[in-house]
Design a protein around this ligand. Structure first.
Ligand SMILES: *[C@@H]1O[C@H](CO)[C@@H](O)[C@H](O)[C@H]1NC(C)=O
Ligand SMILES: *[C@@H]1O[C@H](CO)[C@@H](O)[C@H](O)[C@H]1NC(C)=O
Ligand SMILES: *[C@@H]1O[C@H](CO)[C@@H](O)[C@H](O)[C@H]1NC(C)=O
Ligand SMILES: *[C@@H]1O[C@H](CO)[C@@H](O)[C@H](O)[C@H]1NC(C)=O
Ligand SMILES: *[C@@H]1O[C@H](CO)[C@@H](O)[C@H](O)[C@H]1NC(C)=O
Length: 601
């Protein structure tokens, strides 16, 4: 009898252990014990598999992104694959080397640095409409779905890529600088550090003879993972009042980011804002529901924060860039305020490899200086944004955070239509971490190492329009830029995707090139339709009710900065746009706020 009881206990202990299941990170398929043994014996279990607790169809969104798609529970988590909009194309000198595609006539392409410096002069010209907060938020939403490991690779792990040792490491892919370079002919710098993307192949998950595929290192949905983490991270929580951990400096609250790795300065603003916003929401919920537990407050505040962020991104920020009508026409947003059943379970929650590279076009509107303002709008001082990298303490000094917050809605972005880019972004992009770094040259080089097809193929994908000669670009690209393209590329088919975006004329009423809008639009649609937990749905676990969704629809960056910004008492209603006669400053009291009593249990 005792023996039977013992066996029963043992059996139930085993079933608890056996509940979690290993999935192959790449294929997303359940692994047998024999598979797991193989991954264990060759040392790739941690890098090449996802361990997933059983999915409950009624549970809300998990922090680690698993179980979003019940048929493919690992997709949605980190260490999963990107998909490609168009198939890869590489130059293959051997079975394991995948080099950037050669030109149509078989030559190596021009140096990425040469292409970048040919298209863009360096200087500072302001945009007339966009406020710099747009770039803070766009960078934040970009790091929500991708991450900085590729940068860490050459900054911290492979520091020799520009030295002779670098030649022996195929992971090194430094950008050579031509001797005639307008800037570096004076500095003597001839090489900028860079590494190839980390892939399933470099992690040992797939044979090195297969086409390289980058690994998604953040959860690939817009779920505010820079704030909540990509895996459950209890260290970020206080476990009281549903709040996230903060550090108080000068009576201002900052995220406790001790558990976050390399923190690029410009990424920090979104983290501060949404971190504080979580605690703001938790406080409001606690006032309405004094009996709620920490867990209830945390989960509900997170749900609201994510929905608020998505409403802000899709309904306020991106329409400003891509055009409201375009967003509606593509079905990314709706004109009504009610629920929307968007879910298609055949789509996996993934992002395209093209998406983060296309987003890099936005570096053309990044200003190198943070302009800091008094609350009355007078300029206080400026600070180079690249120097915030690894030095975010600057924001904690004195009243700096107040001044910088004013800058979010008072400082213009750089103009993106003038072929002028900020010298800090293209010469000292990583601040003190590198002697010199050209973010936009890196962007083009990465485009090449990802093996993207030519710009003209993406143009055809988007607009069903065949381009076979440089003259076919007339109307799409300014004539002077076509002349430049001819000087840099032998054939129109040699133009890389990002280079095409750099020269494409922006459509009237937008702030982006049409192919950017198309490819970003593709991704947003995919992201919305593949997300079972999308906030506009009624039929999902823990869905908002109609009254709650109506409150979420009030999301506006002006309201958010009033709620969580230091010393913000007046702000223009459309705070992603600069203040103007049509967009006057108003008191925070006059900007509609969320009514949290709608969450009263
Ligand atoms: C995981 O992959 C990284 C490179 O992406 C590598 O440095 C590390 O050694 C791998 N870990 C294991 C356990 O294989
Ligand atoms: C390790 O084993 C797994 C499972 O068999 C296999 O898919 C993977 O390619 C192997 N990796 C290496 C580096 O041998
Ligand atoms: C600190 O902030 C709290 C609330 O945010 C405020 O009540 C208090 O007066 C502030 N203290 C100082 C010294 O500014
Ligand atoms: C704005 O405030 C600063 C600091 O209090 C002050 O020095 C400046 O004169 C003010 N500017 C205007 C236009 O009032
Ligand atoms: C490249 O990295 C090495 C090692 O960190 C560094 O000494 C060198 O200055 C870097 N090169 C540039 C151009 O920043």
């Amino acid at each position: 009898m005792e023996r039977v009881v013992f066996l029963l206990v043992l059996a139930s202990a085993c079933s608890v252990l056996a509940q979690s299941t290993y999935y192959s990170s790449y294929y997303g398929l359940k692994l047998t014990q024999a598979d797991v043994d193989q991954y264990t014996s060759n040392g790739t279990l941690a890098n090449c598999t996802n361990l997933i607790a059983p999915c409950d169809p009624n549970e809300p969104r998990r922090i680690d992104g698993t179980c979003n798609n019940l048929n493919f529970p690992s997709y949605g988590a980190t260490r999963t694959p990107y998909y490609r909009i168009l198939p890869a194309t590489y130059y293959k000198p051997s079975s394991t080397v995948f080099d950037p595609q050669r030109t149509k006539s078989g030559k190596e392409p021009q140096l990425a640095r040469k292409v970048r410096t040919s298209f863009f002069a360096e200087g500072r010209v302001d945009d007339e409409v966009l406020a710099s907060g747009t770039t803070h938020f766009l960078v934040f939403f970009a790091t929500d779905i991708t991450n900085t490991r590729d940068t860490t690779n050459y900054v911290s792990w492979r520091t020799y890529c520009c030295k002779p040792e670098g030649a022996a490491d195929t992971a090194c892919a430094p950008n050579l600088v031509p001797e005639t370079d307008y800037v570096h002919r004076f500095s003597g710098i001839r090489c900028l550090n860079m590494t190839r993307p980390l892939t399933f192949q470099t992690s040992g998950c797939l044979p090195p003879t297969t086409t390289p595929l980058r690994i998604v290192d953040a959860t690939p949905t817009h779920d505010l993972s820079p704030v909540y983490g990509n895996v459950a991270e209890p260290a970020r929580r206080t476990f009281s009042g549903g709040k996230l951990k903060t550090v108080e400096v000068n009576n201002r609250s900052f995220p406790d980011t001790s558990s976050i790795g390399l923190l690029l300065g410009i990424n920090f603003f979104g983290i501060i804002f949404f971190w504080r916003h979580h605690n703001f929401i938790a406080t409001q919920l606690a006032a309405v529901n004094p009996t709620w537990t920490d867990e209830q407050l945390f989960a509900t505040a997170r749900e609201i924060n994510i929905a608020y962020g998505n409403q802000l991104l899709h309904y306020e920020l991106l329409p400003l860039f891509m055009g409201h009508d375009y967003m509606v026409k593509r079905g990314i947003i709706q004109t009504g305020a009610g629920f929307r059943e968007t879910y298609k379970e055949t789509l996996k929650p993934q992002i395209s490899l093209e998406y983060p590279v296309v987003l890099r076009w936005l570096h053309t509107l990044q200003d190198g200086d943070l302009r800091m303002y008094y609350t009355n709008g007078t300029l206080h001082s400026t600070f180079p944004v690249v120097d915030l990298t690894s030095n975010t303490d600057f924001l904690k000094e004195g009243d700096n955070m107040d001044y910088v917050t004013q800058g979010c809605f008072r400082q213009p972005t750089a103009n993106s239509k003038d072929y002028i880019v900020d010298p800090d972004i293209v010469e000292r992009g990583l601040g003190r971490l590198q002697q010199s770094n050209d973010i936009m040259t890196n962007d083009l080089a990465k485009n090449r190492y990802f093996g993207f097809q030519s710009y003209i193929h993406y143009r055809e994908h988007c607009f069903k329009q065949k381009i076979t000669t440089f003259d076919d670009l007339i109307g799409i690209v300014d004539t002077v830029r076509i002349t430049q393209l001819k000087a840099l590329y032998e054939d129109v088919a040699d133009i890389e995707l990002l280079a095409g975006l750099w020269v494409e004329k922006q459509a009237a009423g937008t702030h982006v090139p049409p192919t950017f809008a198309c490819l970003v639009g593709d991704q947003l649609k995919h992201s919305i339709h593949s997300d079972r937990h999308w906030y506009e749905r009624q039929n999902r676990p823990n869905a908002f009710n109609a009254a709650q969704l109506a409150e979420i629809r009030k999301a506006k960056v002006a309201r958010m900065l009033c709620d969580i910004g230091d010393a913000v008492t007046v702000i223009q209603g459309r705070a992603f746009e600069l203040p103007s006669i049509d967009n006057p400053m108003v008191s925070c009291k006059d900007i509609p706020a969320i009514d949290f009593t709608k969450w009263k249990a």
